[in-house]
Design a binder for this molecule. Structure first.
Ligand code: NAG
Ligand code: NAG
Ligand code: NAG
Ligand code: NAG
Ligand code: NAG
Ligand code: NAG
Length: 298
């Protein structure tokens, strides 16, 4: 009992027995995957004089005790509620200096600074490192809705953490500014549901690219969407050509109508002229009509 108190006192005080006793923990922050098991690594030196019964291993997050081991067994009476039934040491590996902790089914609440403390008959030390939890975003789902003047395209992905960065490309140019992104956090799990909306009023044949990036996990979801316009360029072009042709034909028909009416007037006047040879005024008028008729024909 005295040994236990002594050892705990040793661990909790900053002082360590500096007899070359050096424990090893990760230098960088460890990333755990949501709902999976996470191993928190910690090793200590063992030599021929090492004694298991005098070894104390304690894992803490802040002041909370996560797991304790001494007298060659787990001692969990002071364990924090949050970690009950979720922690274990690799008991077979302790003799090789392995003080790593296995934490089952991690959640976002498990993020924080963890401290591994090891005290043996050859020395003691404690070291800390950060743990963060991340989750992969699911395969994005596409929803199309047709509007009277275009298409609404909604992409949704969920179950991810932390918040992602989204990008939209249209034929390699960035159109992210023309989109609306919504981020929702599940109140229970804390995981995100991300959705991004884009309105396409002018649908042309083009490729749209949706990119979701989850930095801590290096997750990159890149999906290409090919857009096909129902209206073809050829159709539009030919429609324009036909329109022009229609105007041309109308003009020609109109000219023809003018020529024919002029001819009709000319002929009727001529006939009148033949029947009323003594009417000079009318002959003069008919003569004036001739050049007029000719000009129209040209
Ligand atoms: C400790 O042992 C476990 C179980 O064999 C292993 O997965 C882990 O990598 C070991 N940790 C170190 C730091 O050697
Ligand atoms: C831990 O496990 C024991 C035995 O399986 C069980 O009785 C207890 O309810 C569990 N506690 C929690 C908090 O899950
Ligand atoms: C998006 O809009 C912001 C502010 O309106 C601007 O600073 C940024 O350059 C724009 N990005 C692109 C890719 O157009
Ligand atoms: C897209 O259209 C919907 C309704 O049709 C509108 O509520 C929304 O604000 C539009 N979004 C953008 C990015 O223009
Ligand atoms: C375009 O879509 C409309 C409505 O679905 C259809 O009636 C028409 O035939 C389509 N045109 C082409 C060129 O596919
Ligand atoms: C778009 O692609 C379709 C199918 O490849 C083609 O029939 C149509 O003419 C194209 N439209 C335009 C505007 O290029």
């Amino acid at each position: 009992m005295n040994l236990k108190v002594l050892c705990l006192a040793l661990i909790l005080s900053e002082a360590t027995c500096r007899t070359g006793f050096e424990i090893t923990v990760p230098r960088d922050t460890v990333t755990g995957f949501y709902s999976e098991d996470l191993i928190l690594p910690c090793t200590f030196p063992v030599d021929s004089s090492w004694d298991l019964r005098s070894t104390v291993i304690t894992w803490q997050r802040g002041l909370d005790v996560i797991h304790s081991f001494y007298y060659n067994q787990d001692q969990l009476e002071r364990q924090n509620q949050h970690y009950v039934n979720r922690t274990s040491l690799f008991s077979q590996e302790i003799a090789q200096g392995n003080a790593s902790l296995k934490l089952d089914k991690v959640t976002l609440h498990d993020a924080g600074v963890y401290t591994c403390s090891v005290s043996t008959n050859t020395g003691s030390q404690k070291k800390s490192f950060g743990v963060k939890i991340a989750a992969f975003y699911s395969e994005p789902r596409l929803h199309f809705s047709l509007l009277t003047d275009g298409v609404n395209l909604l992409v949704t992905s969920d179950g991810g953490y932390p918040s992602p960065t989204l990008q939209w490309l249209m034929e390699n140019s960035d159109i992210t500014n023309q989109t609306q992104t919504h981020l929702m956090q599940d109140t229970h799990t804390g995981l995100y549901v991300v959705s991004s909306l884009i309105n396409l009023t002018e649908v042309t044949n083009s490729s749209l690219t949706f990119i979701l990036h989850n930095k801590p996990l290096g997750q990159d979801i890149r999906r290409e969407i090919q857009l096909f316009s129902n209206k073809s360029e050829k159709q539009e072009e030919s429609a324009n050509r036909y329109h022009g042709l229609f105007i041309l034909i109308s003009v020609i028909l109109l000219l023809l109508l003018i020529v024919m009416s002029a001819l009709f007037v000319f002929i009727t006047r001529r006939r009148k002229e033949q029947t009323k040879l003594n009417d000079f005024e009318e002959v003069e008028q008919a003569e004036i009509q001739v050049p007029n008729g000719k000009t129209t024909c040209l």
